[in-house]
Design a protein around this ligand. Structure first.
Ligand SMILES: Cc1ncc(C[n+]2csc(CCO)c2C)c(N)n1
Length: 217
C-alpha cells in the first residue's frame, strides 16, 4: 500500500523548513511581529478564507463517497465559524476589508482553477497543504515558543495546534491517500505538482504578508 502523502511530504520538506525560518513565523512565535503586519495578514487571510471555503465545498462535491463530501462541507462550515470568531476579534473596527494582494489572488485563483478544471485527485492534492502546513507550523510554534503567557498572538497560535485540528488534518490526508491509491502514474505526478505548488503558495502568503505586498500598478 502506498502512502502518497508521506512521499510528497518528504519531497516538499525544504519548503516547510523555509516557512519555519521565515521572519513572519519567528516573530509570530516570539511575539515581536509588528501589529500592522499581523493586521495585514489577518485581513488577507479573511479574504483567502472566504474563497477557500467555497473551494473546499467544490472539492467535496467532486468526491464519490458521501462521507468524503460531508467531511469537506463540514470543514467549509468550520471556516465560517472561524471567520465569525477569530477574525471578528482581530478585524473589529475594520468594516472595509482591503482588496486581495497579488499573492492572495494567485493562491485562491490557482486552487479554484485546479479544483474546477482538473481531476478530483489533483483538486484534493491542491487543497491539502492548507491543512498540513498549518498543522505542522502550529505544532512547531507551540513546541518551541517560550512565551505562551504573554504572546499577543497566542489565540491565533492555539487555533492551529491541538487535537481537534489534528483529527481534521488526518482525515483530509486519509481521503487524499485513498484517491492516490487508485490513481495512475500520470495523475500521481499531477497530484505531486499541485501539492508542491500550493505549498510554495503557502510560503508566498506569509512572505507577502510580512512585506505587506501591494499591486505594482
Ligand atoms: C493562507 C492560509 N492557509 C492555510 C490556512 C489554514 N486553514 C484555513 S481553512 C483550513 C481548513 C479548515 O480548518 C485551514 C487549515 C489559513 N488560515 N490561511
Amino acid at each position: 500500500m502506498i502512502n502518497w502523502f508521506n512521499t510528497v511530504r518528504k519531497q516538499t520538506e525544504s519548503i516547510l523548513e523555509s516557512i519555519k525560518s521565515q521572519e513572519f513565523i519567528t516573530q509570530l512565535m516570539d511575539g515581536t511581529l509588528p501589529k500592522d503586519v499581523f493586521q495585514f495578514y489577518i485581513e488577507q487571510d479573511a479574504l483567502y478564507l472566504s474563497e477557500y471555503k467555497k473551494i473546499l465545498t467544490q472539492v467535496g462535491v467532486k468526491c464519490t463517497e458521501s462521507s468524503e463530501t460531508q467531511f469537506f462541507i463540514n470543514a467549509a462550515s468550520g471556516i465560517i465559524e472561524v471567520e465569525n470568531a477569530l477574525h471578528q476579534t482581530f478585524l473589529k473596527n475594520h468594516t472595509v476589508i482591503a482588496e486581495p494582494s497579488p499573492t492572495c489572488e494567485l493562491y485562491t485563483s490557482y486552487l479554484s482553477r485546479v479544483v474546477c478544471n482538473q481531476s478530483v485527485e489533483e483538486g484534493l492534492a491542491a487543497v491539502l497543504p492548507c491543512f498540513t502546513i498549518y498543522k505542522e507550523i502550529g505544532d512547531y510554534i507551540l513546541k518551541n515558543q517560550t512565551n505562551k503567557e504573554d504572546n499577543p498572538y497566542q489565540d491565533w497560535i492555539n487555533t492551529y495546534g491541538g487535537e481537534d485540528f489534528a483529527t481534521s488534518v488526518n482525515h483530509a490526508i486519509d481521503i487524499t491517500n485513498m484517491y492516490a491509491e487508485d490513481a495512475n502514474d500520470k495523475t500521481l505526478l499531477r497530484m505531486n505538482t499541485a501539492f508542491r505548488k500550493a505549498s510554495q503558495l503557502e510560503w508566498m502568503f506569509w512572505d507577502s504578508a510580512y512585506n505587506k505586498e501591494q499591486w505594482k500598478i
